[in-house]
Each structure stands twice: as C-alpha cells, then as structure tokens.
Write a protein that binds this ligand. Structure first.
Ligand code: C2E
Ligand code: MG
Ligand code: MG
Ligand code: MG
Length: 279
C-alpha cells in the first residue's frame, strides 16, 4: 500500500493515514527494528527572513529508511509511533541528534544556528519529560536557546502550562505549529509562552484569495502586538512571497526557497553563503 502510494507519487500533507490492523502491527514491528538499526534520519529545512531572504534557522524533519519500502515520510508513521508510545523513544533520538548536529556545525564555525524540532503532546505529557530533556541537554555543550520546540496548536492545549513554562525557563524557544487548524483561541496570546507562530500551509495555499489574506494579515498584526513573530509554512510561489511581504510576515519556510535536505547538503549551502558574504 505504501509502495503503491509512492509509485503514483501521491503526496499527503498533514493527514493521518488510514491503515488496517495488520498493516499497523507490521509497521509497528518494523519501527521497533528501525530504531535499533539506525534507519531513522533527519532532514533539515531552512527558514528565511522574509525581507533579507537570509537563513535564520532550520526545522528538523524525521524520515525512515525502511529496509524494503524505501523512504517513509513522517505522516505515514508518526501517528503509529504516537499510538504505540514509541514516539517517546523517537523523540529522545530526535532531540539527541539535534544537539549533536548543532555541535557539529558549531565545530566548523557555524555557531549561531537554531534548529526546531516537532514535539507531540504524547511526548510532552510524559511525566519525566523535563528530566529527560535536561539529561540530554547536559551531555552537550550547546545552549538550550539554540533549540525550538514546535508544538501544534492541537497538541498545545493538551500540554500542561507547567511543562511549557519550565521549557521556557530552561531557555528553549517555543513555537505554535500548524496555526489556524486547531480550535484556536485568541486567549492563547495573553497567557501562553510561545515565541513564534507558524501559519499553516492551508492559509498560504489560499492567500491569493481576499478572505484568506485578510485572516492572515489580522493574525500577523495581533501576533506582533504580543511580540510574537510569525512564519508562513509551505510557501511555494513568488506571488505568495510578495503578498506575505506586504502584510509583514516575518519569516518564510517552503519549497520556494528550500526543501528539506540532508545535514551534509546544508553544510555545503552554509559554506557557500559564507564564502559569498566574505568576498
Ligand atoms: P510540520 O511540522 O507542519 O512540517 C511541515 C511539513 O511540510 C513537512 O512535511 C515539510 O517537509 C512540508 N513542507 C515544507 N515546505 C513545504 C512546501 O512548500 N510545500 C509542501 N507541499 N510541503 C512543504 P514532513 O517532513 O512530511 O512532516 C510532516 C509532519 O510530520 C510535520 O508537520 C510534523 O508534524 C511531523 N513530524 C516530522 N518530524 C517529526 C518529529 O521528529 N517528531 C514528531 N513528533 N513529528 C514530526
Ligand atoms: Mg504539520
Ligand atoms: Mg513543524
Ligand atoms: Mg506545520
């Protein structure tokens, strides 16, 4: 099923897959192996400043190199990992890898990089989550402020404010992912400790339409009043970029600028940018 889907190049965005019990169990078993066999890997997608177009940070996105199904995208296995609790193990791995990557980039002179990672409510509701994060953090010489936790609007309301506040206190950045797709409440702005709001691609897809543009513009204005920066997800065209510039969206993420890439490709890009800026 997964293979056929890829053959037809059918791309799902932000949707949970429907699979039957047998497929679920077989993928679950494969996923246990995947962690042990180091078949999971991260790609990094740059985020840029809307006006300077300079890279400001990266989002780490997990992939699974399945032994006979090829590369499996997170939309196809994260929900399985969440339902089986395996997401906790995966989350630890992602955080550890991210610290490791930051350390590697720092070693070769890129010391002002921020990486965001996605965290589901299942990970954040683990009663030991703060202890776990502290332990990983203490084994690297990287400041916590270089890591941002992306939490979807849907997950956000399921997570205790104590955990969120503690993450902030520890220096981590927090962003509200897929904004606009949950049951948004404007009261979030007054009391929640997030630094960045990620506008869901669905609004960007429709930004040519007057109504969508007005919603996005109002959200940006409101966010700015609360000192929250806004990033647009899934920007694919110049026209979208130009509209987002006019309505003062701070950052852009999307195929128009960069797709998610391997760490080594990112290193090449960073080196080229450095060369160009020093000549
Ligand atoms: P997300 O956090 O909202 O990530 C954005 C998704 O949009 C990514 O899909 C990214 O590759 C894709 N994207 C970025 N720019 C564009 C664009 O211009 N056009 C289109 N069509 N797509 C674009 P991806 O990598 O397949 O990840 C899907 C979701 O899986 C993520 O949504 C996130 O919720 C989840 N996820 C990914 N990695 C992790 C992880 O390490 N842990 C957890 N818990 N969830 C993860
Ligand atoms: Mg998403
Ligand atoms: Mg995200
Ligand atoms: Mg998102």
């Amino acid at each position: 099923y997964l293979v056929d889907k890829r053959k037809n190049n059918y791309k799902i965005y932000n949707k949970k897959l429907f699979i039957d019990k047998v497929e679920f169990e077989s993928l679950h078993q494969d996923l246990i192996q995947a962690i042990n066999n180091e078949d999971l890997f991260l790609e990094f997608q740059p985020k840029v400043n809307t006006y300077s177009e300079r890279i400001v940070s990266f989002e780490a996105l997990i992939r699974w190199n399945h032994c006979n199904k090829g590369i499996i995208q997170p939309d196809e296995f994260i929900s399985i990992a969440e339902k089986t609790g395996m997401i906790k193990k995966i989350g630890v791995w992602v955080l550890d890898q991210t610290f490791k990557q930051l350390e590697e980039w720092e070693k070769i002179g890129f010391d002002d990089i921020v990486i965001s990672i996605n965290m589901s409510e299942i990970e954040l509701n683990d009663p030991n989550i703060i202890k776990i994060i502290k332990k990983i953090s203490s084994s690297y010489s990287i400041a916590n402020k270089k890591i941002e936790f992306e939490i979807t609007e849907r997950s956000f309301k399921e997570v205790s404010t104590d955990v969120m506040n503690e993450l902030k206190r520890m220096g981590f950045l927090i962003s509200l992912d897929d904004f606009g797709t949950g049951y948004s409440s404007l009261s979030y702005f007054g009391k929640s400790p997030f630094d960045l709001l990620k506008l869901d691609k669905i609004f960007i897809d429709n930004i040519y339409k007057e109504k969508s543009r007005l919603i996005v513009e109002s959200v940006i204005n409101l966010a700015h009043k609360f000192d929250v920066k806004v990033i647009a997800e899934g920007v694919e065209t110049k026209e979208q970029l130009e509209i987002l510039r006019k309505i003062e969206c701070d950052y852009i993420q999307g195929y128009y600028f960069y797709k998610p890439m391997s760490a080594s490709k990112i290193t090449v890009i960073l080196n080229n940018l450095k060369k160009n800026s020093s000549t």
